[in-house]
Design a protein around this ligand. Structure first.
Ligand SMILES: *[C@@H]1O[C@H](CO)[C@@H](O)[C@H](O)[C@H]1NC(C)=O
Ligand SMILES: *[C@@H]1O[C@H](CO)[C@@H](O)[C@H](O)[C@H]1NC(C)=O
Ligand SMILES: *[C@@H]1O[C@H](CO)[C@@H](O)[C@H](O)[C@H]1NC(C)=O
Length: 498
C-alpha cells in the first residue's frame, strides 16, 4: 500500500500497498521514495532482463492474444542445474534489477546456491499488455491472472535456463506480492515448494478501519519513539484542522497556507482530499518507519508534533508537511479530488513506479482495503467514510458498491483469508506496520510458521540488513533462513519432487 514510484533501478520492495484511494497520494509518493532509495543502495551487478510471452487470457484457450512479461535473473550463485530457484514475485509496481540482487531472496541465494528470478506483475511497469489500461483490458488484471503467469513462467523459465525438474522453487514477495507468494504455494503446490510471505495482507477487507487503529497504536509505541502524548497531539491537530475547514472562508485560506495545499479548500470533496493526504503522510511515517529513504518516521513526526507548543497543535503538522514535501520534491500538497479522479481515469500506462489506476482497480475488484476513520481510536478526521471511497470505484470504473463488497467476499472465499491452509509458507509481519492485522500472525501448524517482529514496519525483513535494525528483525531474518534450510533439505531428501 503505497502509491507512486520511478527510476531505472526499480523498486526493491514491491510491497508498498497504498490504502488511500486518492491516486498520487502522499502515502504513494512516500512509498515510492523508500523503494527508490533502497534500490539505489549498493552496486548494480549481474542482473539480466528477459521477456516471456504470456497469454492475455490464460483461462480461455481460444483467445490467442498475448503480451510480454518482464523478468530478471541473477545466476551468480546458482548451483546449476538442480540448485533451488528463488522466485521473487512482483506486486503493484514496476520491478527492477535490484529485485534479484538485494534484500531477500538475493541475500539468501549464495548459501543455498539458488538461482534468483523475479517476475514483474502483469499490467505494471513494462509488463502492460498492448492496448493500455482501458476498462476492456483491465478485465485481465487480477491476482488470479498473476498466479497463472507465475505457473506459466515456471514452465518457460525451466526450459530457458535448463533448470532440473528436481529443483525446488521458493516464492518470495512483500505486501500484496507477499500474498501472491503464499497463494502461489497454496494454488500450485506441485510447482512451488515453499514460500516466504512478507507483510502479506491475505485477508481482503472492504472497510479497513483497523489500519488507523494500527497507526494510532504505533504513534503511542515507545519502541519506535512514539508516546501517548504524541498520539493525542496528532489527534488534536487533526480535529483542529477539521474544525478550521468547516469554520469559514477566512479560516480555510489560512489553513491552505499553513499546510501548503495546492488548491482552494472550499469544496467539501477537496477538503476530504486534503485530509486524506495528511492522513496518508502520518500513515506513511508509521508504515515505513525507519526505512532507508523514508523522509519521516514515528520518532521524527512525534518530535515535530510535540516541539512547538506555542504554535498550537497544527504547527507540528505543518512542519511535518513541509519536511515531507521537500524530501519528495513536491511544491505543494495535492488537494483536488477532481484531479485525483482524473489521474485514476488516465488509461496511459507509466513504465516506472506503481500503477495507481491498476491498483485502484484491484481494490475495487478484489481487495477493498479502504482506509476509513470509523474506529473510535482513529486519530484523524471522521470524514473518511467508506461510502466516499466506494463512490470512487463507481466514478472511475462504473463498479457499484455492492459489486465491490461481493468481490471482496469472493476473494476471501477463494484464498481462505487469514487461514489459507497452505503448507510450507512462512508469514513475516512487523507489529508497527498497520497492515499486519490482515496477515497470518499465529502459526496454524508447525509447517506454516508465522513471525510477528516487534518494532518493525512494513516489509522491513525484505530490505538489506543494517546495523540499526532492531534485534527482533535481525532474529527474524535468521529464522527465515533457518526455516528455508529445513524445507530445502526436505526437498533434497525426497530427491526433490517440487
Ligand atoms: C474466449 O475467446 C474467444 C476468442 O477471442 C472469444 O470469442 C470468447 O468470447 C472468449 N470466451 C470467454 C468466455 O471470454
Ligand atoms: C540449455 O541447454 C541447451 C542444450 O543442452 C543449451 O544449448 C543451452 O545453451 C542451455 N541454456 C542455458 C541458459 O544454459
Ligand atoms: C512555533 O509556532 C509559531 C506559530 O505558528 C511560529 O510563529 C514559530 O516560529 C514556531 N516556532 C518554532 C521554533 O518553530
Amino acid at each position: 500500500m503505497a502509491p507512486a514510484a520511478a527510476l531505472l533501478l526499480a523498486p526493491l520492495l514491491l510491497g508498498s500497498l497504498w490504502g488511500l484511494s486518492a491516486a498520487g497520494s502522499l502515502l504513494s509518493r512516500f512509498g515510492e521514495h523508500v523503494q527508490e532509495a533502497q534500490a539505489e543502495l549498493g552496486e548494480p551487478s549481474s542482473a539480466r532482463e528477459g521477456w516471456l510471452w504470456q497469454p492475455l487470457d490464460p483461462f480461455n484457450s481460444s483467445d490467442r492474444r498475448s503480451f510480454l512479461q518482464r523478468y530478471w535473473v541473477n545466476a551468480d550463485h546458482w548451483r546449476a542445474p538442480d540448485g533451488p530457484v528463488f522466485l521473487h514475485i512482483g506486486g503493484e509496481g514496476s520491478l527492477g534489477p535490484s529485485s534479484v540482487l538485494k534484500g531477500h531472496p538475493g541475500t539468501l541465494a549464495p548459501p543455498f546456491g539458488a538461482l534468483v528470478v523475479s517476475l514483474e506483475h502483469r499490467f505494471y511497469g513494462h509488463s502492460v499488455p498492448p492496448g493500455g489500461l482501458g476498462l476492456e483490458q483491465l478485465r485481465f488484471l487480477s491476482s488470479r491472472h498473476a498466479l497463472a503467469d507465475v505457473a506459466s513462467a515456471r514452465v518457460h523459465l525451466s526450459r530457458i535456463y535448463n533448470i532440473s525438474a528436481s529443483s525446488p522453487w521458493v516464492s518470495f514477495g512483500g505486501s500484496y506480492a507477499g500474498s501472491l507468494a503464499a497463494w502461489a504455494r497454496l494454488k500450485f503446490p506441485h510447482l512451488i515448494w515453499a514460500a516466504v510471505a512478507s507483510s502479506a495482507p491475505v485477508q481482503a477487507q472492504l472497510d479497513f478501519s483497523s489500519y488507523n487503529r494500527g497507526v494510532s497504536r504505533s504513534l503511542a509505541d515507545p519502541a519506535v519513539g512514539g508516546s501517548p502524548k504524541c498520539q493525542r497531539a496528532v489527534a488534536r491537530a487533526f480535529s483542529e484542522l477539521d474544525r478550521g475547514l468547516s469554520e469559514g472562508q477566512e479560516a480555510r485560506v489560512a489553513l491552505r497556507a499553513a499546510v501548503r495545499a495546492c488548491g482552494a479548500l472550499e469544496a467539501p470533496e477537496d477538503q476530504a482530499e486534503l485530509l486524506e493526504q495528511l492522513e496518508g503522510l502520518v500513515g506513511a511515517a508509521v508504515q515505513y518507519d525507519r526505512q532507508v529513504g523514508a523522509p519521516l518516521d514515528v520518532s521524527g513526526l512525534c518530535h515535530l508534533i510535540l516541539a512547538n507548543r506555542s504554535g498550537g497543535p497544527l504547527s507540528g503538522l505543518r512542519d511535518a508537511v513541509q519536511l515531507v514535501l521537500q524530501a519528495l520534491g513536491l511544491p505543494c500538497l495535492p488537494s483536488s479530488r477532481a484531479a485525483a479522479v482524473a489521474a485514476l481515469r488516465d488509461t496511459r500506462p507509466r513504465a516506472t513506479g506503481p500503477g495507481d489506476r491498476q491498483w485502484f482497480y484491484q481494490t475495487c475488484t478484489e481487495f477493498g482495503y479502504y482506509i476509513t476513520c470509523q474506529d473510535p481510536s482513529c486519530p484523524f478526521s471522521r470524514r473518511s467514510a467508506l461510502s466516499a471511497q466506494l463512490q470512487l470505484c463507481a466514478r472511475v470504473f462504473g463498479l457499484s458498491p455492492a459489486s465491490v463488497a461481493e468481490a471482496v467476499a469472493r476473494t476471501n472465499t477463494y484464498y481462505g483469508g487469514q487461514s489459507p491452509g497452505a503448507t510450507r509458507v512462512i508469514f513475516v509481519n512487523g507489529d508497527i506496520d498497520p497492515w499486519h492485522v490482515l496477515g497470518v500472525l499465529r502459526a496454524p501448524r508447525p509447517s506454516e510458521p508465522a513471525l510477528l517482529l516487534r518494532g518493525t514496519s512494513h516489509c522491513s525483513d525484505m530490505a538489506p540488513a543494517r546495523p540499526s535494525d532492531p534485534p527482533s528483525l535481525r532474529l527474524g531474518r535468521q529464522k527465515i533462513a533457518r526455516q528455508l534450510k529445513v524445507w530445502l533439505r526436505e526437498a533434497e531428501a525426497l530427491g526433490g519432487s517440487s
